[in-house]
Design a protein around this ligand. Structure first.
Ligand SMILES: Cc1cc2nc3c(=O)[nH]c(=O)nc-3n(C[C@H](O)[C@H](O)[C@H](O)COP(=O)(O)O)c2cc1C
Length: 387
């Protein structure tokens, strides 16, 4: 007996309807050249659209050159960079998926080597990874950790320029063909570093109490919302807790303020404000095990709390690996959308396989025409068997 699942039910936000609740979480690929997309971005993102993912997010995309994590990170600070992303968004849309873009500024975590080279900080001028390493920027001149640069503390004029750069990137994202935009406010990057009192030690209007530390995030949101069409959805990714003073109550307050400014979905991640992940479990307050030993769905309680207390749709992310697990999260009302990163890299056709595993009616409907006829025939003939 097959049953309609919640995971494969559509979700409408403003004028956009996602065909299902499965989202490719933004994944840095460190494969751009001076911010320009390469054929890797096309090949990588197209795969997930072929694989039935409802909303395909492109990676953290820098709003200015200094906002890249590494010299190989994607950017959208020029019109040419937006143009280079058009074939990708067109292909995603042609598959019935929705193309999304995460706009970002890496702040004091910028100017680093890719993770497969250790993610170590690059000296200013180091050309090991293409463009030379650069002076990083942040709310205060507080380094991320030992061995990292002391960032330049942004002046109020520079903050205003950064806000405008976010808005300009939103305008370019539209030209590039994206239909959903996400502001990256998590993982210790620039926006999160303004939110946290660990990294924000300013005593002007952008620091101090919660309202002061939230000011930059909200100014970015206002500017992006004004630049991004009214009929298109805006998401905001936050670190719901960061283990260094930013707690779930702060995220609920931020989410409520974001909702009032026209954010449609809060994407609930955690951690990243220091080099070492040290954030806390929501349920018992005990420190979480190290990355890699975290429990399945360990961030889902944050999505549930923010959804309930700030009364805003949420996206859950983090070790969601199993179709039934994903279905249960949506059915329980913990989150509206399920973002998946590593499991989708491991199996880019995860969504197509999940439809079968959950016995979704017409489970093969999401397959592209080019594959479906043969896959259906394979099933009818019982040709799954290897013997
Ligand atoms: C290779 C890789 C790149 C990532 N890049 C981004 C990124 O660009 N923006 C972001 O917000 N999170 C990024 N993340 C975090 C993921 O989006 C996701 O939140 C995290 O991997 C947890 O989900 P998972 O357990 O399904 O992988 C990245 C993670 C990985 C493994």
């Amino acid at each position: 007996m097959s049953n309609e699942t919640q995971l494969f039910s559509p979700f409408s936000i403003r004028s956009v309807t996602l065909p299902n609740r499965i989202v490719l979480s933004p994944l840095c690929m460190y494969s751009a050249n001076s911010g320009m997309a390469s054929s890797w971005q096309f090949a990588h993102l197209s795969t997930f659209a072929r694989g039935g993912v409802g909303l395909v997010f492109a990676e953290a995309t820098a709003i200015e050159p200094r906002g890249r994590i590494t010299p190989r990170c994607l950017g959208i600070w020029t019109d040419e960079q937006a143009e280079a992303l058009k074939p990708t968004t067109e292909f995603i849309a042609s598959m019935g998926s929705v193309p999304g873009l995460q706009i970002a500024h890496a702040g004091r975590k910028a100017s680093a080597a890719p993770p497969w080279a250790g993610g170590v900080p690059l000296e200013i001028g180091d050309t090991a990874w293409g463009d030379p390493g650069w002076q990083t920027v942040a709310p205060s001149a507080v380094p991320l950790a030992d061995g990292w640069q002391a960032p330049h503390a942004l002046s109020e004029v520079e903050i205003a320029e950064t806000v405008e750069a976010f808005a300009a990137s939103a305008r370019r994202a539209l030209v590039a063909g994206f239909k959903v935009l996400e502001i990256h406010g998590a993982h210790g990057y620039l926006i999160h570093s303004f939110l946290s009192s660990l990294s924000n030690q300013r005593n002007d209007a952008y620091g101090g109490d919660l309202a002061g530390r939230m000011r930059f995030a909200l100014e970015v949101t206002d500017a992006v919302r004004a630049a991004w069409p009214e009929e298109l959805p805006l998401f905001f990714r936050l670190s719901a807790v960061d283990g260094h003073g930013w707690e779930i109550e702060d995220s609920i307050a931020l989410a409520a303020a974001l909702k009032a400014r026209g954010v449609d979905v809060v994407d609930c991640s955690a951690g990243g404000i220091t080099g070492a992940p040290a954030f806390r479990a929501q349920d018992d307050g005990k420190p979480l095990p190290k990355s890699g030993q975290r429990p399945l769905g360990f961030q889902v309680p944050y999505a549930a709390a923010i959804r309930e207390k700030a009364d805003i749709p949420t996206m859950a992310v983090g070790r969601i690996v199993d179709p039934q697990q994903a279905e249960d999260i949506v059915v329980a009302g913990s989150a509206d959308l399920i973002a998946i990163g590593r499991e989708l890299m491991h199996d880019p056709f995860w969504a197509l396989h999940a439809a079968e595993a959950l016995d979704q009616p017409d489970a093969f409907a999401l397959w592209p025409d080019q594959y479906r006829w043969a896959i259906v025939r394979r099933a009818e003939l019982g040709q799954y068997e290897r013997t």
